[in-house]
Design a protein around this ligand. Structure first.
Ligand SMILES: NC(=O)c1ccc[n+]([C@@H]2O[C@H](COP(=O)([O-])OP(=O)(O)OC[C@H]3O[C@@H](n4cnc5c(N)ncnc54)[C@H](OP(=O)(O)O)[C@@H]3O)[C@@H](O)[C@H]2O)c1
Length: 232
């Protein structure tokens, strides 16, 4: 991979994803592609910098490959893909509807896996780093919290996918790793733990993820790494 990178942030209209786009675009050598459903929000911070392209993608949609192609058809190579899109449902297990469980899995597991397929031809020859953003709740042996069974088990899907992908693609120059994040002060955290204040800001976590995404492929492949400074 060169120092000039095409970097995709999937799930970037707010929180950690938005902070990632803003930070990565500060390096004018990079071209950052910001993807989410809320394009109005993307437009509000992506319009001015020349090195950001943004567009509509819903990872839970069956049309995700077509949606990705609309934004990315002119990019022959992608160096870094950060699978940051995430859907939270916080409800006691017995109250979860089939639709709510489905919605977590469609976004956090099925959607991320299906979207990732699109990027393989753009990484296969020159190499690439795919970073899956999971949760510490999906890390085996971590402290667990009630109400998060649909969310955390669906995130465990991409955690496990990371190991399986790395094995299947080990003869290629594509690397995949998974960061299992602890609590970061975002709107999603407020939905999971109302009123909780934690020491890590989205900007601080974005700085760690950005750094890892640009260099972690040199030392890690198929690794599941907890990134957590507090409980939760
Ligand atoms: N904050 C934490 O404490 C924490 C802890 C552990 C793990 N994480 C993980 O870190 C990532 C970022 O979290 P966050 O706290 O920044 O969450 P957030 O504020 O809720 O942001 C989630 C992002 O995902 C996008 N997204 C959701 N559904 C999508 C879909 N179907 N298609 C495309 N994009 C979609 C949203 O954009 P649109 O609505 O515009 O699509 C939004 O930009 C998530 O994967 C989350 O699970 C967060």
């Amino acid at each position: 991979m060169t120092n000039k990178k095409n970097i995709v942030v999937l799930g970037s209209s707010r929180g950690i994803g938005k902070a990632l786009v803003e930070l990565l675009a500060q390096n004018e050598n990079h071209h950052v592609i910001a993807l989410s459903r809320n394009t109005e929000e993307l437009a509000s911070f992506c319009k001015l910098p020349q090195n950001i392209t943004y567009g509509f993608v819903d990872v839970a949609s069956e049309q995700v490959h077509q949606q990705l192609n609309k934004v990315l058809s002119e990019f022959n190579t992608i160096d870094v893909l950060i699978n940051n899109a995430g859907k939270l449902v916080n409800k006691p297990f017995e109250e979860l509807s089939r639709k709510e469980i489905d919605s977590c899995y469609q976004t956090n597991a099925v959607g991320v896996m299906f979207a990732t397929q699109y990027f393989i031809p753009k990484m296969r020859d020159h190499g690439g780093h795919i970073v899956n953003i999971s949760t510490v709740g999906a890390f085996q042996g971590s402290v667990k919290f009630p109400g998060l069974s649909a969310y955390s088990t669906s995130k465990a899907g991409i955690t496990s996918f990371t190991e399986l992908f790395a094995e299947e693609y080990k003869e290629t120059p594509i690397r995949m790793n998974c960061l299992c994040l602890g609590a970061v002060q975002t709107e999603m955290l407020s939905e999971a733990f109302p009123g909780l204040q934690v020491p890590t800001s989205p900007e601080e976590m974005a700085a760690y993820i950005a750094d890892f995404s640009l260099s972690g492929h040199q030392y890690f492949n198929g690794k599941i790494l907890p990134v957590s400074a507090s409980t939760p």
